[in-house]
Each structure stands twice: as structure tokens, then as C-alpha cells.
Design a protein around this ligand. Structure first.
Ligand code: IPM
Ligand code: MG
Length: 357
């Protein structure tokens, strides 16, 4: 009987509530399909700052490295916003991404049939559906480049460096092409090659890798145009690949156009498909501890974990189907609530998904 070790990082705000529901779902899957999941809870983010003095304790990285996958809730909150950059809860995320080599960030933006009413776009656009997979490079570019401050004639100046090496681009390109091959065989590269040298190299490498994927249709958009096109005609896009910085922005936009950020999961993978899985949304300190958070993004992140890191597609599908069934039954958390639906809290939503499994 396979045994999978999962490190859980509840983190801050609504993190603990949504992780609690998700662990229950995974335990039910283990029971139904005859697997063993062993969970080890570790600290990261604001809670780690409070308890250990640092946002990402070494022990957390160690436990993650010894696990088969990591499930993360969310980090951050007002309380820690006053701390200097290197001590902020967000450092934990960047530290984990770097330490675990999680260069491939997969962020699906899907408009669920039952939630079309939540989409802020025009009805004729909504009717064509949205199913975009954003592939964001996650351990390079400006996030990890050289940075600093210095005095200049114009006063204090600060800089961050956007730099990409060929191999960094090649591996994320391979991830994106492989995904495109399993989907609609359409990949859109997003860069700023009309201005940035780093983008010009980026595009050269994408074109080079494309030679190995003649079956995938490749096109290119500049980031500003991409931001516009995914609102104008989201159904025209399948897989989109881009840099760390552009992917950060584009994925928030893509999630918003589905109207339900509380529904969207994500995966951050290394070269061996080891991964950290987390909802796209943040720690929502305003509703923390009030049983209002939508646990579905985290539950669907667990489904991605089963799929991408453990190769358990049937089990992943079972979770996705259970979520769809619950939504079809007219149950909603506050973030996706609409007329005529039944409003439930975090725990009740979790219980209903369990029941549907
Ligand atoms: C994200 C977040 C993070 C990022 C922050 C919290 C560091 O916005 O995962 O998109 O910028 O990558
Ligand atoms: Mg972001």
C-alpha cells in the first residue's frame, strides 16, 4: 500500500481553516482508495515569525524536503506588514520556492459551468468559456535577481534586476509545451521582447524549444497586450507561459476574470514533479476565524497534488467531481454566493465535499 508523506503549512489568516478541511478530504481519499497519507504540520509566515522569530524556519524547509509534497494554506497579514522586506511573511513563500527549486508554477484559471454568474465579463464572452493554464516561471527574474539601494544625484535609488539564463527559460518552456500537448496544443508565450533584452533571450529560447513540439501551435504576445486580450477574448487562450513578474500579474488578472478566486488552485513544481500546492488566494485576514472562507481552492490544490506529484489521476478526478457535485447542488460560500443558492461556511462546505466523495 503506497504511503505518501505530505508536509502541511497552514500559515496565517484563513490558512488553518482551509487546510483543516482539505486534510479531511485527503484522509477520505486515502480511505476510499487504499492509500496512506502521513501529514506533518510545519510553520511558515507570520505565525513562524511569532513563534520562532523568522518567517521560514530551517526545520520547515527540512521537513518539506523529506516529504513527497507540500500543502500550503496562505501566509501574511496586517500584523506583520510593518516588518522590513527580508522579515515579512511573504519571504517564507519565496524562500520555499527557492530552497525547493519550484521553478514551474501552474495556475489554472477555469470558469466553472455552475459559476458563470460570478464572471464579471459580458455574457457573450462568458458563453464561450474560460480554461487558461498560466505557466509562470517561479524561481528567477526580478524576484530573485540582484537588488539594492544607493545614493544618486536624484536622491536615494533602488533597483531590482530582471535576468534569465537560457536553462531557466528552457525548462519552463518544456513544462509549458508538455502541458499544451496534453491540452489543446496551443501555447502563447508572453514577454516584453519589444523592450527588454531579457525578454529577447527568453523568446529566442522559446522558439528553440518549439522545434521539439511541431504539433503545438505557438504564438507570442507582449505582456501589455496579453493583459488586454485575456479580458477581450479569454476563450482564445489555452496554455500561456511567462516570466515570474509578468506571471504574478497575469495570473491575478486571469483568476479575477473567472469571478471566483476562492476556487482556484495552483501547483509549484521542481524538475522531479515534487510540488508545493496552494490556493491562488491570500490569507484574507478580514475573515480569518469566522468560518466564512471558501475551502474549495485548497481542496482542488490537493487534487492537483494527487495528479501532478503522485500520479493518482483517478483520486484527483474524484475530488474534482465531488466539488462539482456540491456546487451543482446549489451550495455556496460567501465569495461565490448568488441569488437562490444556499449559503454555507467553511466547515459545512468541507463536510459536503466529504459526503460527495
Ligand atoms: C503570488 C503572490 C506572491 C508572489 C507574494 C505573496 C510573494 O503574490 O504567489 O502570486 O508575488 O509571487
Ligand atoms: Mg501574486
Amino acid at each position: 500500500m503506497p504511503n505518501y508523506k505530505i508536509a502541511t503549512i497552514p500559515g496565517d489568516g484563513i490558512g488553518p481553516e482551509i487546510i483543516t478541511e482539505t486534510v479531511k478530504v485527503l484522509e477520505k481519499i486515502a480511505q476510499n482508495f487504499g492509500h496512506t497519507f502521513t501529514f506533518t504540520e510545519v510553520l511558515a509566515g507570520g505565525i513562524a515569525i511569532d513563534k520562532t522569530g523568522v518567517p521560514l524556519p530551517d526545520e520547515t524547509v527540512e521537513v518539506c524536503k523529506q516529504s513527497d509534497a507540500v500543502l500550503l494554506g496562505a501566509v501574511g497579514g496586517w500584523k506583520w506588514d510593518v516588518l522590513p522586506g527580508h522579515m515579512r511573511p511573504e519571504r517564507a513563500l519565496l524562500g520555499l520556492r527557492g530552497a525547493l527549486g519550484l521553478y514551474a508554477n501552474l495556475r489554472p484559471a477555469v470558469l466553472h459551468d455552475t459559476l458563470k454568474g460570478a464572471c464579471p465579463l459580458r455574457a457573450d464572452i462568458v458563453a464561450k468559456g474560460i480554461d487558461i493554464m498560466i505557466v509562470r516561471e517561479l524561481t528567477g527574474g526580478m524576484y530573485f535577481g540582484d537588488r539594492g539601494r544607493k545614493e544618486t544625484d536624484l536622491g536615494l535609488a533602488a533597483w531590482d534586476t530582471e535576468m534569465y539564463a537560457t536553462e531557466e527559460v528552457r525548462r519552463i518552456a518544456v513544462t509549458a509545451f508538455e502541458l499544451a500537448r496534453k491540452r489543446k496544443k496551443h501555447l502563447t508565450n508572453v514577454d516584453k521582447a519589444n523592450v527588454l533584452e531579457s525578454s529577447r533571450l527568453w523568446r529566442e529560447v522559446i522558439l528553440e524549444v518549439a522545434k521539439d513540439y511541431p504539433d503545438v501551435q505557438l504564438d507570442h504576445l507582449y505582456i501589455d497586450n496579453a493583459a488586454m486580450q485575456i479580458i477581450r477574448e479569454p476563450s482564445a487562450y489555452d496554455v500561456m507561459v511567462t516570466t515570474n513578474m509578468f506571471g504574478d500579474i497575469l495570473s491575478d488578472e486571469a483568476s479575477q476574470i473567472t469571478g471566483s478566486i476562492g476556487m482556484l488552485p495552483s501547483a509549484s513544481l521542481n524538475k522531479d514533479n515534487f510540488g508545493m500546492y496552494e490556493p491562488i488566494h491570500g490569507s484574507a485576514p478580514d475573515i480569518a476565524g469566522t468560518d466564512k472562507a471558501n475551502p474549495i481552492a485548497t481542496i482542488l490544490s490537493a487534487a492537483m497534488m494527487l495528479n501532478y506529484s503522485f500520479g493518482l489521476d483517478k483520486e484527483a478526478k474524484a475530488i474534482e467531481n465531488a466539488v462539482t457535485k456540491v456546487l451543482e447542488s446549489g451550495v455556496r460560500t460567501g465569495d461565490i454566493m448568488s441569488d437562490g443558492m444556499r449559503l454555507v461556511g467553511t466547515r459545512e462546505m468541507g463536510r459536503l465535499v466529504l459526503e460527495a466523495l
